[in-house]
Design a protein. Structure first.
Length: 360
């Protein structure tokens, strides 16, 4: 490569010297406008200039090729790869994001963990977003709660039409008084069981079926019998190859929420899990525990994302979870490719902290 560059620039220098000699020995009359066309030396000079221009263009082309082939040693000079938009979703290939507990968010803080996570999610442009409950710190069914939900939606922004959420215990501090505020604040499907409109529902997207349950109505730590009866009917009619189920409190907590989740009602929890197993559910997603964790129970993966904007819980003891991570601003990205599922954990700056792929 160095030899090639030396030869090119040697030829260039020789041509410059030659044109200088021609100018020196050219008869003075060649400079007169009237005698230009009649002067043979001038005609030769014009031809020579054309050849020289062609040569210089060729040299420039070679230099550009060399610049492409040889990387600059200075980082600031490197050519950045062109930014590309995410591939459009198809029936069998799409992504959805997971937001964990966001109850500590501040609406006017652009550097908040919820805001940072949403900024990164926006760059990834998922087809759907699922929020795992505890959207706000408390909800007693009043105007303050409605205002908090309004602020929450403002942060999600243009992604709200494709965002779906479940209630957490912090979203139901006012018990049934919160139902009206929830329904007036959001616009979720109404195909759930009686009394659970927009709190329990399902939908299809691509090759997948999405089910959203309420682990805190009519009381905490329970997906009750009415929901389970509806769930079995819903899943029995499903024709999609993947099934994703969402509810706030994990069935099998791994850390600080042990004995404060669905495990409080073990018999009821087991009845729910048997339905999920019967219909070969692909994965379950929860919040409540303020960590990220992955755990496989009886053939079903349980993923917890509970720390988008909350506070840190302790990490699980060794051997309890296959994977765990602690820290705020976390969110998940789930990539669906047919029946192959990849679950990614991202930090508030978008950094990929963990990736896990499995198939059902």
């Amino acid at each position: 490569m160095k030899k090639k560059i030396f030869i090119i620039f040697s030829v260039f220098a020789a041509l410059i010297l030659l044109i200088g000699l021609v100018y020196v020995f050219l008869p003075k009359t060649a400079a007169n406008t009237a005698g230009r066309e009649a002067n043979p030396a001038f005609t030769k000079l014009v031809s020579f200039r054309g050849v020289l221009a062609d040569v210089l263009n060729g040299i420039q082309g070679e230099v550009e090729k060399i610049e492409e082939a040889v990387s600059s040693p200075f980082p600031g000079d490197q050519k950045k790869p062109a930014e590309t938009s995410p591939a459009p979703s198809t029936e069998n290939n799409f992504t959805f994001a997971i937001l964990g507990d966001t109850q500590y968010f501040k609406p006017n803080n652009p550097q908040g963990n919820f805001q940072k996570a949403m900024a990164q999610i926006a760059k990834l442009n998922p087809s759907l977003i699922a929020a795992e409950g505890d959207l706000v710190g408390s909800c007693d069914g009043d105007s303050k709660c409605a205002n908090n939900y309004s602020n929450w939606k403002n942060i999600v922004g243009s992604f709200m039409p494709k965002t779906y959420a479940v209630q957490g215990n912090h979203d139901r501090t006012g018990d049934d008084k919160t139902d009206g505020v929830w329904r007036s604040s959001f616009n979720f499907p109404t195909n759930g069981p009686s009394g659970f409109s927009e709190q329990v529902y399902s939908l299809d997207f691509g090759n997948s079926h999405f089910v959203f349950l309420d682990s805190d109505k009519p009381k905490e730590h329970l997906v009750n019998g009415e929901q389970r009866a509806w769930l079995e009917k819903d899943l029995s009619a499903n024709k999609k190859e993947n099934i994703f189920v969402f509810f706030h409190e994990p069935a099998y907590p791994v850390s600080s929420k042990i004995n404060e989740s669905l495990d409080v009602e073990a018999a009821e929890r087991n009845a729910l899990w048997q339905i999920l197993k019967k219909y070969n559910v692909t994965a379950v997603f929860n919040g409540h525990e303020h960590v990220v964790s992955r755990r496989k129970i009886d053939g079903i993966y349980q993923f917890v994302f509970g720390d988008t904007d909350s506070f840190n819980h302790e990490l699980p003891k060794p051997g309890v979870a296959e994977y765990s991570n602690q820290g705020q601003g976390r969110f998940g990205l789930v990539k669906v490719s047919g029946k192959e599922i990849t679950v990614e954990t991202h930090g508030p700056d978008g950094a990929l902290l963990n990736t896990f792929t499995f198939s059902k």
